[in-house]
Design a binder for this molecule. Structure first.
Ligand code: HEC
Length: 135
């Protein structure tokens, strides 16, 4: 019986690892720039970006939800308590209102995992001021 439990624990650990690994998103920023066309309808990014229908996305990867200055967020977003890590963004961009019910981001989500990883990689090329991130 003990052995079976041990195996179960191992299997669970392996599963957890399988889900954690993609957090190191290895998308292609150039392809992500194309995907971002879909976001650009509502979001600005880069030098001089301004809040629009949605908040400025400069430096959003690693940023706490609902804090970009001067943007009027929904309560749903502000109370979500989310920090936009790669992993949270992967979930969010698949279906925003599933992760944050009541969000005012009216976007059905991206279907392709590669599009999601690529657009996150693109977001990561901008620092919080919209300048290119130095490598
Ligand atoms: C139809 C307009 C629209 C589109 C298209 C859209 N968004 Fe949004 N987005 C919003 C709005 C509005 C909010 C504010 C949500 C709230 O307050 O509930 C938001 C919020 C966000 C947030 C949370 C920011 C924060 O500071 O908490 C992220 C991240 C985000 N969008 C990324 C994206 C990405 C990436 C895309 C493209 C794949 C995209 N959005 C497409 C309207 C849009």
């Amino acid at each position: 019986m003990k052995r079976v439990n041990g195996l179960t624990v191992l299997a669970t650990a392996a599963l957890a690892l399988a889900f954690v690994t993609p957090a190191l998103a290895d998308g292609d920023p150039a392809k992500g720039a194309m995907v971002f066309q879909k976001c650009h309808v509502c979001h600005e990014i880069g030098p001089g970006a301004k809040n629009s229908i949605g908040p400025v996305l400069n430096g959003v990867v690693g940023r706490h939800s609902g804090i970009y200055p001067g943007y009027s967020y929904s309560d749903a977003n502000k109370k979500s308590g989310i920090v936009w890590t790669v992993q949270e963004l992967q979930t969010y961009l698949q279906n925003p209102s599933k992760l944050v019910p009541g969000t005012k981001m009216m976007f059905p989500g991206l279907n392709k995992k590669s599009d999601i990883d690529n657009v996150i990689a693109y977001l990561q090329t901008f620092d919080k001021d919209g300048n290119p991130v130095k490598k």
